[in-house]
Design a protein around this ligand. Structure first.
Ligand code: MTE
Length: 318
């Protein structure tokens, strides 16, 4: 079952319908080959494939959105461990070794451990989540992710009542991630965090694919976070560690520029970045003369998530 937010769309409406037509053959081929590409789907069953098919079958969107073309999403990326250039990561990130991959889950949990990615994925039903994605820089896109709720994984390791926050850490590997070896304004490894109720929210997912394919390396393979109501920098890529904590972690961007990038980073048209407005966004792939889109509170997911912040001053907790 797809998450039926009013911002979701039919898989068949995505700009790249070919990808969807080819999905069945593609996944079968990947399974038959024991796959390759990234190797991450090698442990998946045909049952999962059937579930993906169901996703697009009977679902009726409440509003029609057009997903961004896969080509744009794969070639316009922010991946600062490799480069500050939005197009070069597509090539540079191919050097990242992602198979085998494991994720350490530790901290305030009953069952800490290091889990192989294949074991994590085979215990989950991968679904398609078609989400708006809004970068703090002022551009946006719509992406059909393949993934599963982060809550499903966290519940398996049994968080203790003392777990109030979740910290995520990206791989540290300056051999394949050249910018990690360079003195930059950012400290490595890249770190992000969520409050436990945000992490447990059903819209918060871990993604291992998009457009019906394994997640491209430049988009965060083999496993990344996606939090659709927050600015894109919260959606950390190439996760190797998840820690449940008593206190809020200091995230990479908050540490580098605390006045510019807060811990919450909820999309909010009424709270400007110190140097630019957040009231509108440039939609990637839209024509040159297409006007900017009006940015929505919580990126359009207010019905689902506003209750998490009731009574909070969103200007103070930005
Ligand atoms: N995660 C890591 N590890 N390193 C990064 O540089 N960039 C963030 C986020 N996750 C980033 C990251 C930012 S600023 C954005 S906007 C999104 O990834 C971009 O995701 P995309 O490149 O798949 O569009």
């Amino acid at each position: 079952m797809i998450i039926k937010t009013h911002k979701s769309i039919l898989g068949s409406e995505i700009t790249d319908p070919l990808v969807f037509k080819q999905r069945r053959q593609l996944i079968k081929a990947m399974l038959a080959l024991g796959i390759t590409g990234s190797g991450i789907y090698s442990g998946l069953s045909i049952a999962n494939e059937a579930k993906w098919q169901d996703v697009t079958k009977g679902y009726q969107p409440k509003a029609s959105l057009t997903a961004t073309s896969a080509e744009i999403v794969k070639n316009h990326t922010n991946y600062y461990e490799f480069t500050y250039n939005k197009t070069d990561a597509t090539t540079l990130a191919q050097a990242l070794p992602i198979d085998p991959w494991s994720v350490e889950i530790t901290g305030e949990v009953e069952k800490p451990g290091t889990y192989h990615l294949e074991d994590i994925l085979t215990q989950q039903t991968l679904q398609e989540y078609i989400y708006r994605f809004r970068c703090v820089e002022g551009w946006s896109m719509v992406v059909p992710w393949m993934g599963f709720p982060l809550a499903n994984l966290l519940k398996k390791v049994k968080p203790l009542s003392s777990a109030q926050f979740v910290k995520f850490t990206t791989l540290q590997d300056s051999k394949s991630m050249p910018n990690q070896a360079v003195n930059s304004m950012l400290e490595w490894p890249y770190v992000e965090g969520l409050r436990i109720d945000e992490a447990m929210h059903p819209l918060t997912i871990l993604a291992s694919g998009m457009y019906g394919e394994a997640l491209p390396k430049q988009n965060g393979a083999p496993l990344r976070l996606v939090v659709p109501w927050k600015y894109g920098f919260k959606s950390i890529k190439a996760i190797v560690k998840i820690e449940l904590l008593k206190r809020a972690p200091l995230s990479t961007w908050s540490k580098a520029a605390p006045n510019d990038y807060g811990f919450y980073a909820n999309v909010n048209p009424d709270v400007p970045h110190p140097r630019w407005s957040q009231s509108s966004e440039r939609v990637l792939g839209a024509g040159y003369f297409t006007p900017r889109r009006k940015t929505e509170l919580f990126n359009g997911y207010a019905d689902e998530v506003a209750a998490l912040y009731s009574g909070m001053d969103l200007r103070h907790f930005f």
